[in-house]
Ligand binder design. Structure first.
Ligand code: 5AD
Ligand code: SF4
Length: 376
C-alpha cells in the first residue's frame, strides 16, 4: 500500500507533512513519488493567499479520473485551507470523491479517521475550533540535512490581512524540555547539519507560558548542547525582536548569521492599517543594531504590495526602505483578500494591474541591489 503527500505553503506545512508521513508509515503505508500508484493521497493545503487555494482546488479536482479507475483510492484534504468551515463545506459539496476533510486542529486524529473511513465507507468532514499540543506526533524527516523543529504554534498578532490566526489558533509554546530533547535526538543521529526552529512568530516564544523562559534563552540553551550543528529560525516579528536576541545571535557561532524579518511595508500609514505595531524607523533601528553586531548578516524579508489604501507615495516609502536595507532576498506578494480578516472589509482595495506593476518593480529593485552587491 502506497501513500503520496502533496504539500502547499510554508515550512510549517512541509514539517507537518513529515508528521503525516510518519502516521501513514506507522499504519503500514510506503511512500510513492508517483501519484498514480498511490492508495492514499493527502493534500496538505495552504490558505495564505487566494492563489494557493485555487491551485489546491484545481489539483484535487483533477483526481476525479484516478478515483474513477481505482474505487479504493483514499483522498484526504487537510491543512489551513480546510480549517475554514465554509471552505470545508465547499470542498465536501464540490468534490464527492474526496473521502476525508479535516482542519489543522484534528491532524493528530488522522489514523483514527482513515480507519473509520475504511471500516464504514462513509465520507468524513471533521472540524475542531481549536487544538492542543500533540507531542506524540513525530516526523519522518524528509528535508535532507535540515531538521525542522516546531517551537510554537499559532499566532496572536492579527495582522489585518492575515488568515493565520484564524486557521492556526492562538499562540501555544511547546515545553522547553520537549524541544531540547527532540534536538538532542536529532543531533545524536549525526544526519543533520542544520536545525531550523519553526513558529509563526518565534520571538514571542514563551509569552503564553512564561515558565518556559524567553526565545533568546531557548536559543542559548540549544547552543549549549554539544555537537556540530547550525541553528536557524523563522519567522521573526520586528515588534518582538529583542536586544537579548541580537546578543545571543551574535555571541553563538552555532547560530547562522541569517534572519528573515518580514517588513511588509515601508509606509507607517500602511503598517498601522496592517496592525503591525512598529514603524519603518523602528524597523531600520533593528537592522542597524543587527548589522553593528553582525556586519555580514544575511537579511531577507516579506513585502505585501497593494494593501488597501496603498498610494504611490506609500509604495515609494517601501522602495526607499528596501534600498536602505539592501536585502539579500525579498519575497514580494500581491495583497490577497482573505475572508474574515479586517482588511477584507477595508475601502480603497487596489486593482490587480497596480499590484502587478508594484510587485514587478520590487523584483527589479531586488535584482539591481543584488547586482550592486556582487560588484563590491
Ligand atoms: N495577501 C498577500 N500576502 C500575504 N501574506 C500573508 N497574508 C497575505 C495576504 N492576505 C504574506 C506576508 C507573510 C507571508 C508569509 O505571506 O508577507 O509574511
Ligand atoms: Fe500572519 Fe501577522 Fe501572525 Fe505573521 S505575525 S502569521 S503575518 S498574523
Amino acid at each position: 500500500m502506497y501513500y503520496h503527500i502533496v504539500t502547499y505553503g510554508c515550512q510549517m506545512n512541509v514539517h507537518e507533512s513529515e508528521k503525516i508521513a510518519q502516521i501513514l508509515e506507522d499504519m503500514g503505508y510506503t511512500e510513492t513519488k508517483q501519484r498514480e500508484n498511490a492508495d492514499i493521497i493527502v493534500f496538505n493545503t495552504c490558505a495564505i493567499r487566494e492563489g494557493a487555494e485555487d491551485r489546491a482546488f484545481g489539483n484535487i479536482g483533477a483526481l476525479k479520473q484516478q478515483k474513477r479507475k481505482n474505487k479504493n483510492l483514499l483522498i484526504v484534504v487537510c491543512g489551513c485551507m480546510t480549517q475554514q468551515k465554509d471552505v470545508q463545506e465547499k470542498m465536501y459539496k464540490t468534490f464527492p470523491f474526496v473521502d476525508i476533510i479535516l482542519g489543522t486542529h484534528n491532524l493528530y486524529n488522522l489514523k483514527t479517521l482513515i480507519n473509520r473511513k475504511i471500516k464504514d465507507r462513509k465520507r468524513i468532514c471533521e472540524y475542531e475550533e481549536s487544538g492542543d499540543l500533540h507531542e506524540e506526533l513525530v516526523a519522518k524527516r524528509t528535508s535532507g540535512d535540515n531538521a525542522w523543529v516546531n517551537i510554537m504554534y499559532g499566532c496572536n498578532n492579527f495582522c489585518t490581512y492575515c488568515i493565520v490566526p484564524y486557521v492556526r489558533g492562538r499562540e501555544k509554546s511547546r515545553k522547553k524540555i520537549d524541544i531540547l530533547n527532540e534536538i538532542k535526538e536529532i543531533i545524536a543521529t549525526k544526519s543533520y547539519k542544520t536545525i531550523t526552529l519553526l513558529g509563526q512568530n518565534v520571538n514571542s516564544y514563551g509569552n503564553d507560558d512564561t515558565s518556559q523562559g524567553s526565545f533568546s534563552e531557548l536559543l542559548q540553551d540549544i547552543c549549549n548542547i554539544d555537537g556540530d550543528f547550525k541553528l536557524t529560525f523563522m519567522t521573526s516579528h520586528p515588534k518582538d525582536l529583542s536586544d537579548d536576541l541580537i546578543d545571543v545571535m551574535s555571541k553563538n557561532d552555532k547560530i547562522s548569521k541569517e534572519l528573515h524579518l518580514p517588513v511588509q511595508s515601508g509606509s507607517d500609514k500602511i503598517l498601522k492599517a496592517m496592525n503591525r505595531n512598529y514603524t519603518a524607523s523602528h524597523y531600520l533601528t533593528i537592522v542597524k543594531k543587527l548589522r553593528e553586531k553582525m556586519p555580514n548578516i544575511r537579511l531577507t524579508t516579506d513585502i505585501i504590495v497593494g494593501f488597501p489604501g496603498e498610494t504611490e507615495q506609500d509604495f515609494e516609502a517601501t522602495c526607499n526602505l528596501v534600498k536602505e536595507v539592501k536585502y539579500d532576498g525579498i519575497f514580494a506578494f500581491m495583497y490577497s483578500k482573505r475572508k474574515g480578516t479586517v482588511a477584507e472589509k477595508m475601502d480603497n482595495q487596489i486593482d490587480d494591474e497596480t499590484k502587478h506593476k508594484r510587485v514587478n518593480y520590487l523584483l527589479n529593485l531586488e535584482k539591481e541591489i543584488k547586482a550592486q552587491k556582487e560588484k563590491i
